[in-house]
Ligand binder design. Structure first.
Ligand code: ZN
Length: 686
């Protein structure tokens, strides 16, 4: 499971809210933290944290602290893992839509070779569109799934394509210009056939019913260690027969996977520990065979490899991009442990059983023994695929529940990524959407701690908690398209429940319950108001995390209005939410957590659907517009793209790596063009 930044940081949440229109220009009252006109943000440490803003995106930058405290061999390991990650970048592009690679190649060719007028509107709009597809890994918005709209005409495209001898297939061109063709990356409107109407390249010529039938035959009833069926393949029809095209060496995406494997083999040769080496070997075996049992074995050995300073996430991991929640998007994250920060959070791991025993869930849905939760704060050295340029701030893996139950799981917060978001944020949105001065004070005083604690609890005691009843399938089988949003909501609710518990003060994790109060304020502000900035006009909520924040907030609001714990205030035509009774609200959080755990434990599809659809789907368009109007004057784009550090190997005369240097590119376009040049291993169509 990945955690996106928008949910977890008190102040941060405010600064990073939501929308997809370009915010209006010209702030009415300039704020003191307002960005200078060139949209660059330089931190107090003199580092560049934001380099530009375009469309609905800000381009942010992160840094690797204490790089030089790593040994030469560790740097070499990081370098190999980093290269392995980038080698698979094209896989994610093709998975997102089968025309993505062709569209990118055509536009990059035009962009780098065109000699004509670069001040024309057409050119500027083409450049903007190219930057958008770089940021979203394809022609659809990564977050709301809608196709990006080019502001240049097809005639202009034809003109510059001709001038640069750029060739593009008719279908790929249609994918750019015909808004009805492949309109949604991931369709979530269950009245439609989700498989047939989603643009992701996971299925071809098949219906949802056929997919269900295909996998129900593979799944064994009462299997206590089910494989992640469908995780590493495209399912399509050939000669009337359903076939899985496996993403493996010798299969689909082979050219890129061979490169990934080559780098992983080098990494294995310099692994820090035997367990880490064993994990890398199973991963390589899995890429070579496509065997999901080997993937399970990799996950088990990876979960056990906890002793090194370096770790990685690599493979087809998260299934958010599959409307049926089975197929994994390629991703890579290379991590360096932050020992000091991790030590501070260890107390939470040590008390994991206490949290399980004392949560509001029913006794029969609790784990008797919470196993091996490993939580670390890490710094990222490089990301690719699903994790880049849009990066999570936390990850909890593996995803298979039976592995988690038997072998534990690893949770990480991405410390330097969070740091970057924090350095690039201001408090203008907080002031606009907070109900009163007290709320602003608490957010300023405690928002940082609240956000970090929420992240840690979501990961360590949230996803790791609870058990599935005997004989009930995994959530992705029972709750289907609602599995992701229910699971993310469940982990959020655990965090919300305990952030108002005096136990956290007793454990020294926070100074007072005001931290919890700041988090409750922030959660409602975001879930009911600020995140609506991210919703396109006329649309409903699509993305799993946005939906879970909405159904939790709306459910709590409905309860809160009835029992007086939350007041909805309309002041000068502006909506605010004022929490009147935090303890009462916490009791409601506990009640909802209990129900959501029941839904998960029992696999209650109808209850999951009712909760997510009734409370976390519909957007009140008038409120959405109000939120966008209120936020517009601050000119803060709601989405972010992260520029990666660049690792460069220093070699001796014999070609051996003797050192690895880190540089920090300041220009998003240059990084993207460099990736396109150096890591294009796949053909235009796969
Ligand atoms: Zn999560």
């Amino acid at each position: 499971m990945k955690i996106s930044h928008i949910l977890y940081s008190g102040l941060l949440v405010m600064a990073l809210g939501s929308c997809s229109e370009q915010p209006k220009q010209a702030p009415v009252e300039p704020q003191k933290e307002e960005k200078p006109a060139d949209q660059k943000i330089i931190g107090e440490d003199g580092k560049l944290y934001q380099s530009e803003q375009f469309a609905d995106l800000r381009v942010l930058h992160y840094y690797i602290p204490q790089w030089d405290s790593l040994s030469a061999k560790q740097k070499e390991l990081v370098y190999y893992l980093y290269e392995a990650g980038l080698a698979g970048r094209d896989i994610m592009w093709d998975q997102n839509c089968k025309h993505n690679i062709a569209v990118r190649h055509a536009l990059e060719n035009i962009y780098t070779t065109y000699q004509g007028d670069k001040n024309a509107d057409g050119w500027k709009n083409l450049e903007l569109y190219l930057k958008q597809i770089w940021a979203h890994n394809g022609i659809h918005h990564h977050y709301n799934s809608n196709k990006l709209t080019p502001a240049f005409t097809e005639a202009y495209f034809d003109e510059v394509a001709k001038a640069t001898n750029t060739v593009i297939s008719a279908d790929a061109k249609r994918a750019i210009f015909d808004p009805t063709y492949l309109a949604m990356k991931v369709e979530s409107d269950v009245s439609k056939d989700l498989v047939a109407t989603s643009a992701v390249n996971f299925y071809e010529g098949v219906t949802s019913a056929e997919v269900d039938e295909y996998y129900s035959k593979l799944r064994k009833p009462n299997d206590r260690s089910p494989l992640e069926y469908g995780l590493n393949s495209k399912l399509m029809k050939e000669n009337g027969q359903l076939v899985e095209k496996k993403w493996m060496v010798g299969g689909m995406y082979s050219a890129a996977i061979e490169q990934v494997v080559m780098w992983l083999q080098k990494a294995e040769s310099v692994a820090e520990t035997p367990k880490q080496a064993a994990a890398l070997r199973s991963l390589i075996e899995y890429y070579k065979t496509g065997d999901l049992l080997k993937w399970a074995n990799f996950n088990i050995s990876w979960t056990k490899a906890t002793e090194g300073d370096i770790d990685f996430i690599q493979g087809y991991v998260e299934t958010y991009n599959d409307p049926l929640g089975m197929r994994g998007s390629y991703e890579s994250i290379v991590e360096i442990k932050d020992f000091e920060a991790s030590q501070r959070m260890k107390v939470m791991m040590d008390n994991a059983q206490w949290f399980e025993d004392n949560s509001s869930t029913a006794k029969e849905h609790k784990k008797d023994k919470v196993v091996g939760i490993t939580y670390n704060i890490v710094n990222v050295a490089g990301e690719s695929g699903d994790a880049s340029p849009q990066t999570p701030i936390g990850v909890n893996l593996p995803n298979a529940n039976w592995i988690r139950a038997a072998h534990g799981s690893k949770s990480v917060s991405l410390g330097n990524i969070e740091e970057s978001y924090e350095k690039a944020s201001g408090s203008s949105l907080l002031a606009e959407f907070a109900h009163d001065e007290e709320e602003i004070r608490m957010a300023k005083e405690h928002g940082g701690v609240a956000g970090k604690l929420h992240t840690a609890m979501h990961e360590v005691i949230g996803h790791a908690s609870g058990k599935i009843n005997d004989g009930v399938g995994q959530p992705r089988e029972t709750l289907k398209n609602y599995a992701s949003t229910i699971e993310e909501g469940r982990a959020d609710l655990v965090a919300l429940y305990f952030i108002m518990d005096p136990k956290l003060v007793e454990l020294g994790l926070m100074p007072s319950l005001e931290v919890g109060k700041a988090e409750y304020d922030s959660y409602l502000r975001n879930g009911l108001l600020v995140q609506l900035r991210r919703v396109p006009e006329g649309k409903d909520l699509e993305e799993a995390h946005m939906r879970n924040r909405a159904w939790i907030s709306n459910w709590l609001l409905e309860k809160g209005k009835a029992d007086g714990s939350i007041a909805e205030v309309n002041r000068d035509g502006k909506l605010y939410y004022d929490i009147k009774d935090y303890d009462k609200m916490r009791a409601n959080v506990g009640e909802l957590l209990k129900e959501v755990q029941r839904i998960t434990s029992e696999g209650d599809f109808n209850a999951a659907a009712a909760l997510a659809d009734n409370y976390g789907k519909k957007v009140d368009q008038a409120i959405r517009k109000q939120v966008i109007d209120r936020a517009a004057k601050f000119n803060i784009a709601p989405f972010n793209a992260m520029v990666n550090p660049q690792l460069v190997a220093v070699k001796d005369e014999a070609g051996n790596i003797i050192d690895v240097k880190v540089t920090y590119p300041e220009n998003f376009t240059e990084q993207m063009l460099g990736y396109g040049k150096n890591y294009s291993f796949l053909p235009l169509e796969n």
